[in-house]
Design a protein around this ligand. Sequence first.
Ligand code: ZN
Length: 250
Amino acid sequence: MNTKQINYSAAYSFADSAVSAVRNPSDIGPDEVIADFFGFRSPEFFEQIEKPQKYTLLHTFIHSVNGFGIQHYLGKVDGEIIISDYGWLLDGAGIPRPVWFTAQEVEDHIDELRDILEAATTTITDAAFQLLFADRTFLFEFGKFIQPFICQLQPGEHPCIASPGVVKRSYFPVWLKNAVFHRDKGRCQLCGCDLTNILVPTETRHIDHMVPLMASGTNDPTNFQLTCESCNTSKGARVHATSHLTYPYW
Ligand SMILES: [Zn+2]
């Protein structure tokens, strides 16, 4: 079991930018720019949609949405703005502020600053992912956001493409099964039945693609939910089957 310290205020800011970008893609720019934000057609992108990776498509997206602006403005704004705009990033990532991180000196250290801000962005991206992974409704939106790009993929581009716009099925690693089971609180996300095997020891757990592969879904960890046997079977090729069921603590 690994543990991490999360600075939530920095993580919420990153998560919020990613959610806004998915809900208002025109604010990012045309499709080519959006595609760049998750490395569309890059080797990493194909690995991410082919089988579940711990560094998910959503990690890539959160990192790009937040990191692009940070890197873009460095070297174009003066020292005072750098200190006031980026100090929280270093603090949020638990990176000590270097001695030269002052309004007077920072402009002489832009290359070093670039590197540590990149490291900070990576750390906070992972924290933001932890927040967003809990929000299945958003993850489903993210799957639909990616969908038009997956639709464009053709067999021959990569071995993971089975037919136009359709990614091959992958196995589910244990770490992913455990994560989805705990996030979904051991309940079928379509009918709400208990799959913890405490009350009903016969129910079988299934991991289900929220956006089905046949409908240009992916094998990214963000596209899965826990379902029971009968919901999994009856869903079949039905597209976009999910629910907004939540189980509050009280
Ligand atoms: Zn069910």
